[in-house]
Design a protein around this ligand. Sequence first.
Ligand SMILES: [Zn+2]
Ligand SMILES: [Zn+2]
Length: 269
Amino acid sequence: MHFTTLASGSSGNAILVGENNRHLLVDCGISGKSLLHNLSELNIADSEIEGIVVTHEHVDHIRGVGIIARKLKIPIYATKGLWEVMGPCLGKLAEDQRIKVRDSFSCAGLEVLLYPTSHDSRESYGLKILRPKQKEKRHMAVGIATDSGIITDDMHRHLKGCDALVVEANYDEERLKYGPYPAYLKRRISGKYGHLENKQLAAGLLEWVAENTQRVVLAHLSAENNTPEIALTTVKRILGDMNISKKFPDLEIQVAPRYTPHELMRLME
Ligand SMILES: [Zn+2]
Ligand SMILES: [Zn+2]
């Protein structure tokens, strides 16, 4: 099983999860052109993408969804509520490209579970993407959570013990507090339906990281209220203080690049 981020941050988000030459996209918040370019950088053929799942209707998650679905002739998976708000923004689609899902579906040989996050969109979801157990291969999971103001019980339930995590470290408390944003925006970001602060996320990771967790990718960083260095140092310091780094010395923690694809991360069986 493998995964990567193709773009990450308020300028646009897209994640790829798959196995061998079958892949699923999670959101496409960059232009269709940028997405195809980023896939080619990873040597992934367009024809290998089997679908797109949408986490919520904010433009940094859906900008290129309609274009990519038309171009690659693939289905879009989203809940009924999300279709109601984003459907009109996606342009012309065939009926069989509009797949309404509830809390799970299968695509590209993977099982996808949706769980609610706490965010100011019509609906908002995190995902747990599972590779079912195969003959000698164990069951594996990539957990995804961006765009949530708080760590919810659903997040704990789904992210605990995943083999890899792509999780939001949106802002640094001090930088947001003393930064240039107007007060209402500061309140929105730090509120219950906003985004996760670095230390908040680190507290979540303390619960989620387990022996089998190989990679943690910090995603959806704010360009104004965070830096890759601050996010990484803060998270690593908190995990270090709680002896997680000592307990799991092979755990890799990285930051998702904003505009370019991260390396294709293959999980060890
Ligand atoms: Zn959002
Ligand atoms: Zn977002």
